[in-house]
Design a protein around this ligand. Structure first.
Ligand code: BEZ
Length: 212
């Protein structure tokens, strides 16, 4: 059955470059980003895994762990990590799952046979502390991802959870936000937004970003 937003993220146990990972236990009270790449020792993947290592601290600030996966072995990941460090100036400082039996790839439907027959495409799953899938993004093998965009989505989701605001088109941290349409109770509106809001339309209510 296909995974959908709001589903519980499938749990698994699998070996990684940092030992065995029991996924739900490993997530604990954090959020998690699980992302697949097609293959070790390939160029685009090398740049991506280096970049994620460089910005790991940004994910940590958002209480978000990072976990990479491909259908290669842990031994290959470890050998390749040295190349990543050499060429990108930073080797992976987060675990990479070995998945030669495709357990995780199959559970998360990361293999799209009409695009790449046996390898994982570039997927990103953002999973919250309740282990719910909050975002799924799929990129082709030839396009390196923009991990600043992944951080932006984590920020948006966490703002919605904490403050009941959504984020408009091309929103960036610090920009105005939108009160979620489901929030209509006048008392709650007053409590959450004591300085008021700008009502452009009854369904389009603008507030400054609440945590700034
Ligand atoms: C790459 O990482 O460069 C790559 C991997 C698989 C297919 C195409 C590109």
């Amino acid at each position: 059955m296909s995974l959908r937003l709001g589903d519980t993220a499938p749990d698994f146990s699998q070996d990684s470059t940092e030992g065995r990972i029991n996924f739900h236990n490993w997530i604990g009270d954090s959020w998690a980003v699980l992302f697949s790449h097609p293959k070790d020792f390939t160029p685009v993947c090398t740049t991506e895994l280096g970049e994620v290592a460089r910005i790991k601290e940004e994910f940590a600030k958002r209480n978000c762990k990072i976990l990479a996966v491909s259908v290669d072995t842990v031994e290959d990941h470890k050998r390749w990590s040295k190349d990543i460090e050499e060429t990108q100036g930073q080797g992976p400082n987060y675990p990479i799952l070995g998945d030669p039996d495709r357990k995780v790839a199959d559970l998360y439907e990361m293999i799209h046979p009409n695009a790449l027959d046996t390898l994982t495409v570039r997927t990103v799953f953002i999973i919250d502390a309740n282990k719910k899938i909050r975002t799924m993004i799929t990129y082709p093998a030839s396009t390196g991802r923009n991990f600043d965009e992944i951080l932006r989505v984590v920020d948006s989701l966490q703002l919605t959870d904490q403050y009941k605001v959504a984020t408009p088109v091309n929103w960036r941290d610090g920009d105005d936000c939108i009160i979620v349409p489901t929030l209509t109770d006048p008392d709650e509106l007053k409590e959450k937004f004591p300085d008021g809001y700008k009502m452009v339309k009854p369904y389009l209510r603008i507030v400054p970003q609440p945590n700034k």
